[in-house]
Each structure stands twice: as structure tokens, then as C-alpha cells.
Design a protein around this ligand. Structure first.
Ligand SMILES: Nc1ncnc2c1ncn2[C@@H]1O[C@H](COP(=O)(O)OP(=O)(O)OP(=O)(O)O)[C@@H](O)[C@H]1O
Length: 212
């Protein structure tokens, strides 16, 4: 079965004010881009999808992942991976420790092997024992990507994940993230303010109307 993330008749409110209405399906390997004014509710929509909407918001509608309704599934069991504009790595853990933290439990040697292989694939060979504070912004972004991917998510949300990277790094990191989404055939939703992100995603673009 093809993987998919479905938003069925979502209406998102903040203190009784309607922020947005959405009815969308994203299939595996596709990236849905959401743009729109600051304060329009984009990040809150992603919070709703992950089951972490603050209580000052209310939402109607349903979330379906791979044909299953997950409205009552707790956040940590939804298997939705998120990348933010900050890498949000744990500074007290090594690079490998950061990635291992999010991985399913299992054979230690196999897990380490997977981490080493993944690091090598993104140009971070032998960096597993480094600490995040000693990495460049671009390297940190790649570690955050690997931590998210190796957690084996069923869908991916991107909340302006490239906005802190400079131009070339932005293009390279974006290509890496998008190619992983396509290779793993995962449904993805990206929130961005940058039209070049939307162009590169090469999928459906939704522009929310102005915030009131
Ligand atoms: N925890 C919260 N409690 C109450 N209101 C909040 C909370 N977080 C955000 N808001 C408000 O809710 C509205 C929607 O915020 P949200 O962050 O979802 O918008 P956004 O479209 O992602 O904006 P941006 O493009 O600036 O990131 C804004 O008016 C914001 O100030």
C-alpha cells in the first residue's frame, strides 16, 4: 500500500478565531508546501498533526496516516518526524548519541553500524564521536536530518528547516532532505516563507490567506 498522510476537514482555531481550513492528502514521496503570512497558523497546523497543539488552540477534523486514523494516538506513537529551523541537538550527547536516542531499540552493534553508514552517506564520516557544539550549522542540520530519518518516521513535517542556512548550504541541505523523502517514499509537509523551497519541492503549493 502506498503511504499517505491525510488531513480531513481540518479547521484550526485560536481563541475562537478561525486560522485556517484544510482538506488535503499527501502521498508517499510527495511534498506539500504551505506558505502564508506570519501568524497564519502554519506551525500550529504541524503541532496539530503531531498531537502537540497547545490548549489555547482548538481543531476540528481528522488525521489519517497510512489509512489509519491517529487522532487518539499519543504524539510519541504517531511516528511523524519533524525538522525545525534549529537543529535542536542534545549538546551533552555525541553526534552518534543524538541519532541513537531516536532510533528504535535493538542490537547495539547493528544500530551503530546503521549510524556510521548514514553519517558516511551525508559526508559526516567518522564524526559520530564529535559533540554537536563543534559542528558547523550545515553539519548540525545533517545530523538533525539523520536523527529524524533513523527514527523511522512514517511521515515528515518540515517547519522552515533551511531558513538559517546560507544560500549554497540551503540548496545542498534541501536537496538532501528532499531526496531522502523521495527515496523513502514518505509523505511530507513543508512550511516555508521561501519561494525557492516551494519550487524545489515540486509538489502542490497552498498559500494561506492573510492573518486577521
Ligand atoms: N502557544 C500559543 N498560545 C497562544 N497563541 C499562540 C501560541 N503559539 C502561537 N500563537 C499565536 O497563534 C497564531 C498562529 O501562530 P503560528 O506560529 O501557528 O503561525 P505561523 O503561520 O507558523 O507563523 P510564522 O510564519 O511566523 O512562523 C499567532 O497569532 C501566534 O501569535
Amino acid at each position: 500500500m502506498q503511504s499517505s498522510l491525510q488531513i480531513k476537514n481540518c479547521q484550526l482555531y485560536r481563541q475562537n478565531e478561525l486560522l485556517l481550513s484544510l482538506n488535503e492528502q499527501v502521498n508517499g514521496g510527495e511534498i506539500l508546501t504551505i506558505m502564508g503570512p506570519s501568524g497564519g497558523g502554519k506551525s500550529s497546523l504541524l503541532n496539530w498533526l503531531t498531537g502537540t497543539l497547545p490548549s489555547s488552540f482548538k481543531a476540528n477534523g481528522e488525521v489519517w496516516l497510512n489509512g489509519q486514523n491517529i487522532d487518539n494516538t499519543p504524539p510519541h506513537l504517531r511516528h511523524i518526524g519533524v525538522l525545525y529551523q534549529d537543529a535542536l541537538l542534545f549538546s551533552h550527547l555525541t553526534v552518534a548519541g543524538n541519532i541513537a536516542f531516536a532510533m528504535p531499540k535493538g542490537n547495539k552493534k547493528q544500530r551503530l553500524g546503521k549510524i556510521e553508514h548514514a553519517l558516511e552517506q551525508v559526508g559526516l564520516k567518522d564524526m559520530g564521536n564529535r559533540h554537536p557544539d563543534n559542528l558547523s550549522g550545515g553539519q548540525q542540520a545533517r545530523v538533525a536530518l539523520l536523527r529524524m530519518l533513523l527514527s523511522e518516521p512514517k511521515a515528515i513535517l518540515l517547519d522552515e528547516p533551511f531558513s538559517k542556512l546560507d544560500t549554497q548550504l540551503r540548496v545542498d541541505t534541501r536537496e538532501l532532505v528532499f531526496s531522502q523523502i523521495r527515496d523513502h517514499k514518505l509523505p511530507a509537509i513543508m512550511v516555508t516563507h521561501d519561494h525557492s523551497d516551494a519550487d524545489a519541492a515540486n509538489g502542490k503549493l497552498i498559500t494561506l490567506s492573510s492573518a486577521l
